[in-house]
Design a protein around this ligand. Structure first.
Ligand SMILES: Nc1ncnc2c1ncn2[C@@H]1O[C@H](COP(=O)(O)OP(=O)(O)O)[C@@H](O)[C@H]1O
Ligand SMILES: Cc1cn([C@H]2C[C@H](O)[C@@H](COP(=O)(O)O)O2)c(=O)[nH]c1=O
Length: 215
């Protein structure tokens, strides 16, 4: 990252509390917050690739993940409007966690995985996607399952606990155990099973580490 700007990615399982965390930091001056473009994934020109993927992952996984890759890249290359950017997830987690999960669980055909992989490799080789710090909200799958049910997003009603366990394991292998893919920046782990009050306290405790990520 250039000397004046800091780029932070906020990573974590589905319904781990990323948006809530971003909402908290959005109140800080000098920080711009970029949430995930989920509304686009639910509605692209009247179609709902997220919903289609959950209904039939083998058929629609490639469609959704192609669009996720595009919309994430679009976020990454947006000119920064503040010295610090906090972005919800990244093109990396879309590939290393969600595409990987579809492929490893046998729900993405090899040819779809190969095409997405070549696209991804081309993008990260040819387009600068700077990152200074990855903040990982570490939750148990059970906590996410409860929060997911409470949030009650229509498309996600079919998600079983086992799906959240797979996503959790992929995140842990990537960011904690360093067993799968290269990690492009230092990782700050924030335990995130706690109630909202304690989470806000933890965000406050970690504020300096997060905001000084580039120094
Ligand atoms: N610490 C917390 N304790 C209990 N519920 C939470 C907590 N953080 C977030 N939630 C709730 O859980 C759901 C998912 O949170 P959200 O921030 O949308 O997660 P994500 O953006 O990671 O999917 C929301 O309904 C939110 O209000
Ligand atoms: C990045 C990414 C996300 N998804 C799905 C997973 C969830 O259903 C939503 C994102 O919601 P969250 O609460 O912010 O986790 O999108 C996906 O299927 N593929 C992806 O690459």
């Amino acid at each position: 990252m250039s000397c004046c700007f800091t780029s932070i990615w906020l990573e974590g399982n589905i319904a781990s509390g990323k948006t809530t965390c971003l909402e908290y930091f959005s109140k800080t001056s000098d920080i711009e917050v970029l949430t995930e473009p989920v509304s686009k994934w639910r509605n692209v020109q009247g179609c709902n690739p997220l919903g289609l993927m959950y209904q039939d992952p083998s058929r629609w996984g490639l469609t959704l993940q192609t669009y996720v890759q595009l919309t994430m890249l679009d976020r990454h290359v947006l000119p920064m409007s503040a010295p610090i950017r906090m972005m919800e997830r990244s093109i990396y987690s879309a590939k290393y966690i969600f595409v990987e999960n579809l492929y490893k669980s046998g729900k993405m055909p090899e040819v779809d995985f190969a095409v997405l992989s070549e696209w991804f490799e081309w993008i990260i080789k040819n387009i600068a996607i700077p990152v200074d710090l990855i903040v990982y909200l570490q939750t148990s799958p059970q906590t996410c399952y409860e929060r997911l049910k409470q949030r009650c997003r229509e498309e996600e009603k079919v998600i079983p606990l086992e799906y959240l366990e797979s996503i959790h394991n992929l995140y842990e292998d990537w960011l904690i155990h360093h067993k799968s893919f290269e990690v492009p920046a230092p990782v700050l782990v924030i335990p995130a099973d706690h109630d909202l009050k304690k989470m806000l306290h933890q965000y406050e405790e970690n504020r300096e580490k997060i905001l000084m990520a580039h120094c």
